[in-house]
Ligand binder design. Structure first.
Ligand code: HSE
Length: 404
């Protein structure tokens, strides 16, 4: 029997307990032995609930118990999760987590510590919820040089954008619904400002490119400025607005960015709706692959965590997770990254389109029946060039990048 402890009995923690209970027998067969939860650590009490029997409030009980071989850290946030994880690894216990904030910030160090102690630090659930993506990148696709990862990596924002597009509903109203459904973080800022997706693309890129991607260096723009009018233009162009987290190898250079992007119907990410996530990967041998599924929520995330627990149970004293290099991946300056841009301008096309052409060169008019303004799409240009030109066009309302 493998004995485990769960740190945090919130949405994911209670999901982990449920998954292990519901699929107890099949999980035991796959792991080669039964996995039992000996402790659940939480600050709260849960009177009358079955978890009460295994509930502890002091981490010392867990870290000092030699019978605990796997620690499931699903507390979220950096502290005390970081200290607890380090102490568990130092004590020779495996750690499985869904904590993307911690992995993005300290993953490199924690993977190295796990290697030194011949145990594992696993984080399949940290990116894409229930979608397997860490294992494909670290195992199935190791024959390839990965040259692009483009993902819809945040369920909350994809849900919000989908509802806004389908119902022409207001951002705040849909955000509230997402929180009620348990998709959004307690502090929704990390979701809607793109930070959550940024951490996830940093983790995936570090694994794919074999060098450390510092999430703080990734240009990140959220969806808070996207409006119902943008959705009307998107529909007129037969495109959808997606919060894309993208990293690319361009020759010997790399770029990474998180921002709303207009995606056309011919792109596989176009039809990824609601809370679903999808990760498009391009490899130099593989070509295209897309990983799609439930990107957030209690049971999908818990399923990925428990998958890691099973892997840890099978490799209790054998380090199988590749560490990524401590060498930092240098990212291209955002101003050098190229896109086409969709631009909204105050006024009428008959009066101002020529002016727009004089500034931006050849542009394509977009009409969506929004009064007092019009839109156009530019040719491909760098972010820097766009910004210089945009300053010369009075009345610009907003811009969204268009996937080439
Ligand atoms: N808040 C996150 C999301 C949860 O919406 O995708 C999963 O990481």
């Amino acid at each position: 029997m493998v004995q485990a402890a769960v740190l945090g009995y919130g949405t994911v923690g209670s999901g982990v307990v449920e998954v292990l209970e519901t699929n107890r027998e099949s999980i035991a067969k796959k792991a080669g032995e039964e996995i039992r939860i000996k402790y659940v650590l939480d600050l709260k009490d849960f009177p009358g609930q079955p978890v009460e029997k295994v509930l502890v409030h002091d981490y010392e009980t867990i870290v000092n118990d030699p019978e605990i071989q796997v620690v499931v850290e699903v507390m979220g946030g950096v502290e005390p999760a970081y200290t607890f994880t380090k102490r568990a690894l130092e004590a020779g216990k495996c750690v499985c987590t869904s904590n993307k904030e911690l992995v993005a910030r300290h993953g490199l160090e924690l993977l190295e510590l796990a290697k030194e102690k011949n145990v594992n630090y696993m984080f399949e659930a940290s990116c894409g919820g229930g979608i397997p993506i860490i294992r494909p990148l670290t195992s199935s696709l190791t024959a390839d040089e990965i040259d692009e990862i483009s993902g819809i990596l945040n369920g909350t924002t994809n849900y919000i954008l989908t509802e806004m597009a389908e119902k022409y509903a207001d951002f705040q109203e849909v955000l509230k619904e997402a929180q009620e459904k348990g998709y959004a973080e307690r502090n929704p800022e990390a979701d809607v400002e793109g930070c959550d997706a940024c951490r996830k693309i940093a983790i995936l890129s570090s694994l794919a490119y074999g060098a450390h991607v510092n999430y703080e260096n990734i240009y990140t723009e959220g969806i808070t400025k996207i409006t119902v009018e943008d959705m009307k233009y998107a529909a007129a162009m037969d495109k959808s607005v997606k919060l894309l987290a993208t990293s690319k190898r361009e020759g010997d250079k790399f770029s990474a960015m998180v921002c709303p992007v207009l995606v056309g119907r011919d792109n596989p990410l176009y039809s990824v709706s609601g809370v679903f996530n999808a990760i498009f990967v391009h490899g130099n041998m593989l070509g295209d692959a897309m990983f799609y599924g439930s990107g957030a929520g209690k049971l999908p995330t818990a399923s990925a965590v428990v998958g890691d627990v099973v892997d840890c149970a099978k490799h209790l004293h054998e380090n199988i997770m590749p560490a990524w290099s401590s060498k930092e991946l240098e990212l291209l300056d955002r101003k050098e990254i190229t896109h086409r841009f969709f631009v909204r301008v105050k006024g009428s096309a008959s009066e101002k389109l020529e002016q727009a052409k004089a500034v931006f060169g050849d542009v394509r008019l977009v009409e969506a029946g929004v009064t007092g303004e019009f839109g156009f799409v530019t040719e491909l240009m760098s972010e820097g060039e766009f910004e210089e030109k945009a300053e010369k066009l009075p009345g610009m309302i907003s811009r969204i990048r268009v996937r080439a």
